[in-house]
Write a protein that binds this ligand. Structure first.
Ligand SMILES: C[S@@+](CC[C@H](N)C(=O)[O-])C[C@H]1O[C@@H](n2cnc3c(N)ncnc32)[C@H](O)[C@@H]1O
Length: 206
């Protein structure tokens, strides 16, 4: 991401946060426990939403401009117990079965491949660990929205940090061998129409 995209990221999302995202973040993050890794933490939109229940929180963010916003926000809010790393999910270096929970909010659209990402998340989760997610996804196949998502994705990826509009993320989570404990499918209000279809929920490592 460019410095400017990172700098204005929170402002771009502000109306959507107010309309629904903030509430969805709370809805998901109330389930975190134990040793928690958030991947692609961005500018730290989740940091004030985590419950104060004794979790050990690591935030990873590979993009240096996003990470700068994240570090500033963590310091501004006096959350110095939070560990920040520059790892992407594919080079996170964690030992197998390290985390009780892995959190991803609006990240799976941008990773190199869903298959390698979810395999890696499964590897680093403890047995019965939670993968907690909020993701924008491909619309139902055959719809006009999906057609336009398919058309726009090659351009969109180039201007939005590899963000794909048309990924079938729910199928990929299930194909990686997770069990869906909870899933909600909702339109992301006040967002650009092509990123409105979303899923959020809890996938459990068997
Ligand atoms: C749309 S932003 C979402 C930021 C934040 N999670 C949120 O909810 O607002 C996507 C983030 O994913 C990060 N990202 C992209 N590829 C990644 C990867 N392979 N592993 C981890 N994070 C990645 C980007 O640097 C960016 O900060």
């Amino acid at each position: 991401m460019s410095f400017l995209s990172a700098y204005f990221y929170d402002s771009f999302l502000a109306k959507t946060e107010k309309a629904c995202l903030k509430e969805w973040r709370k809805d998901i993050l109330k389930h975190v426990h134990g040793n928690v890794l958030e991947i692609g933490a961005g500018t730290g939109a989740n940091i004030l939403v985590y419950p104060n229940n004794g979790i050990q929180l690591t935030l990873s963010e590979p993009d240096k401009h996003m990470r700068k916003q994240l570090e500033d926000k963590v310091v501004r809010n006096g959350l110095n117990h939070i560990l920040i790393t520059s790892n992407s999910i594919e080079d996170n270096n964690a030992k197998s079965e390290t985390y009780d929970c892995v959190v991803s909010t609006l990240v799976s659209c941008s990773v190199p491949t869903l298959e390698s990402t979810f395999t890696e998340i499964k590897r680093i989760l403890k047995p019965n660990g939670y993968f907690l997610f909020i993701e924008h996804v491909g619309a139902e196949k055959g719809t006009r929205r999906r057609l336009w998502q398919n058309r726009f994705t090659p351009i969109w990826r180039n201007i939005s940090g590899n963000c794909h509009l048309n990924r079938d993320i729910e199928d990929a989570i299930v194909n990686a061998g997770f069990t869906l404990k909870e899933i909600k499918r909702e339109s992301m209000r006040k967002a650009t129409p092509l990123v409105r279809p979303t899923i959020r929920g809890i996938a459990v490592k068997n």
